[in-house]
Design a protein around this ligand. Structure first.
Ligand SMILES: [Fe+2]
Ligand SMILES: [Fe+2]
Length: 209
């Protein structure tokens, strides 16, 4: 599909998806979408693709969680505070670049908490937690009333969708290497050993292709 058309459909879909949120949360999410879009198309459309995929997995598993959906769409919102010279760097990253980039998780977590999207924050903070090396070093404790296993599993779904999009969009592991679909499939299993059953189901269902 033509990329510009696909992007505009993704954007329409994202706004339709968040339409189910209560008004105050809708306003918060839409303001954060605008910040992401202003930061650049790469981070914005990556966020929309991951959010869309999270929404599909959410429905496939029957979770139906608005917080998971918002956590998916806004998992990288902290990148709005990362300098563009790092965010859009195409050459080799230095250790210092990586250190600064890793801050996007806790920055985004705080932004979502401040916007009243506390539950989405508790989910998205896990999105780099299942990879090697994982970060952030310490995950802030979710609200005591939440089931930690459920929050972690929702975070795991966001991490899976993020990994899938990164492999397909050639922006990770490592930069510049183009993978075909069978290599991506192998990497999805190899990088997410704890979720091989779910990944198999998602491929069988045609959600991962
Ligand atoms: Fe991220
Ligand atoms: Fe991401």
């Amino acid at each position: 599909m033509e990329s510009a058309l696909y992007d505009s459909m993704l954007k329409d879909e994202a706004y339709a998806m968040i339409d189910v949120l209560p008004k105050d949360q809708w306003m918060a999410v839409s303001a954060l979408f605008q910040k992401l879009e202003a930061k650049g198309t790469r981070v914005f459309y990556h966020s929309l693709r991951v959010g869309s995929l999270v929404g599909i997995i959410d429905r496939f598993l029957g979770i139906e969680s608005d917080d998971l959906l918002a956590g998916g769409y806004l998992h990288d919102v902290g990148k709005v505070k990362i300098p563009l010279r790092i965010l859009e760097k195409t050459g080799t990253w230095t250790n210092n670049d990586r250190t600064i980039m890793k801050r996007h998780v806790l920055t985004g977590y705080r932004m979502l908490k401040e916007c009243g999207l506390a539950d989405a924050a508790d989910i998205m903070v896990f999105h780099h937690w299942f990879q090697i090396p994982r970060y952030p070093r310490r995950i802030p404790k979710p609200d005591y009333s939440h089931n930690l296993n459920r929050v972690r599993f929702c975070g795991r779904i966001v991490a899976l969708a993020d990994c899938y999009d990164a492999l397909h969009r050639n922006n990770a592991w490592p930069e510049g290497i183009v993978l075909d679909s069978s290599q991506i499939r192998n990497k999805m299993f190899a990088l997410n050993l704890d979720q091989s059953q779910l990944i198999g189901k998602l491929y069988n269902a045609g959600i991962f292709v």
